[in-house]
Design a protein around this ligand. Sequence first.
Ligand code: ADP
Ligand code: ASP
Ligand code: MG
Length: 410
Amino acid sequence: MGTVVIKFGGSSLSTTDKIKQAAKRIINIKKSGKNVVAVVSAMGKTTDQLLGLAGQITDNPAKREMDMLLATGEQVSISLLTMALTEMGEQAVSLTGWQAGIVTEKVHSNARIVDVKTDHLEEILQEGKIAVAAGFQGVTEDGEITTLGRGGSDTTAVALAAALGAERCSICTDVTGVFTSDPRYVPQARKLSSISYDEMLELANLGAGVLHPRAVEFAKNHNVSLEVRSSVEDEEGTVIEEEVSMEKNLIVRGVAFEDQITRMTVFGLSNEITGLPAIFSTLAANHIDVDIIIQSQIEGGKTNLSFSIKNKDRQEAVQVLEQEKDAIGFEHIECETGLAKVSIVGSGMVSNPGVAAKMFQVLADKNIQIKMVSTSEIKVSAVVDSDCMTEAAQSLHDAFELGVLQSAEK
Ligand code: ADP
Ligand code: ASP
Ligand code: MG
């Protein structure tokens, strides 16, 4: 019997009525002759509320305690959904992340899954029961509770699908699929029927919150058949798959954006060959992700180094670098906040040199100043003022005609 993993996000479980609706959907899949593993997020805005509670007590909570707190959100959902399934006459068992066999590295708040021990899950499925697993949480080899980062329930679902050899992993959410941009900000955005793993990975990494980046990475590495669809409507969603040759012509597939960016500048860094590695290994050792990096030479054998990080990491980044100031050898650090990153993504960009030029022209025409730029084979990103983020995204979406079906898709 084939296995299907189906994941419901927080907005699709925000009320007990929605939980009952999710239960009906799960039962329909079970009745079609499949084993079903449901993966669930915390109800509605629960995770934000838990973060708020911690914030009322401390500005600097231990990451271990935050994981302990946030992991409770998903436990509410697994038990209520299991009760709903039972009430509807199905046999179902709820499982925390650790009971579902999700083993992670020992990193709090953003742990990676290192192993999935499926024995217990498989027993439950063999007994003909529905398994309801908590997303977003795992356990280290030495028994510490961890979480996978915001939006991480998607990754739990894909990891379980990969480990169980599931025939499909469906991510059910409050949109009908992956769109050319976030439809909440870009009303002209259009649903894509399919998108390649690589393009989706870039979009997710660049802020398209519809999928957790590591879920896409996991799906690509383990060839999981992944789809994003509505949790309530029956219409076809978006399939994420290996690139099909026809679509390679598409220059820009989507526009992604992300707010809450900080530009950090380290002034007067010594030109010693050890300066750069010292900065970035200090940040990496503290699990701080650095994005765009710009180095500029100044007089007197020194350099200034700017890089972008997420606002949430700013305090810690300054703290750990200041601690190493003498060893690294720099003068001072300045941070510019109130920034956002807007990116265009498409696998056809690699053979179309004018794309970045067009992007910069579109932003210049709107009087939007670009503060930092980065490119890869399939994306161009620009850091702009947060106030301009939505206008920049909408203008790029229009300029690259993403609202209309592109010829390679027809
Ligand atoms: P869930 O609670 O189901 O995990 P999320 O809020 O994490 O839902 O993800 C769904 C949201 O992602 C949508 O409501 C939408 O606003 C946002 N989103 C961002 N980029 C995109 C995109 N390219 N396509 C579709 N939705 C997107
Ligand atoms: N509940 C967690 C969050 O809000 C995980 C998830 O929803 O995927 O980020
Ligand atoms: Mg999500």
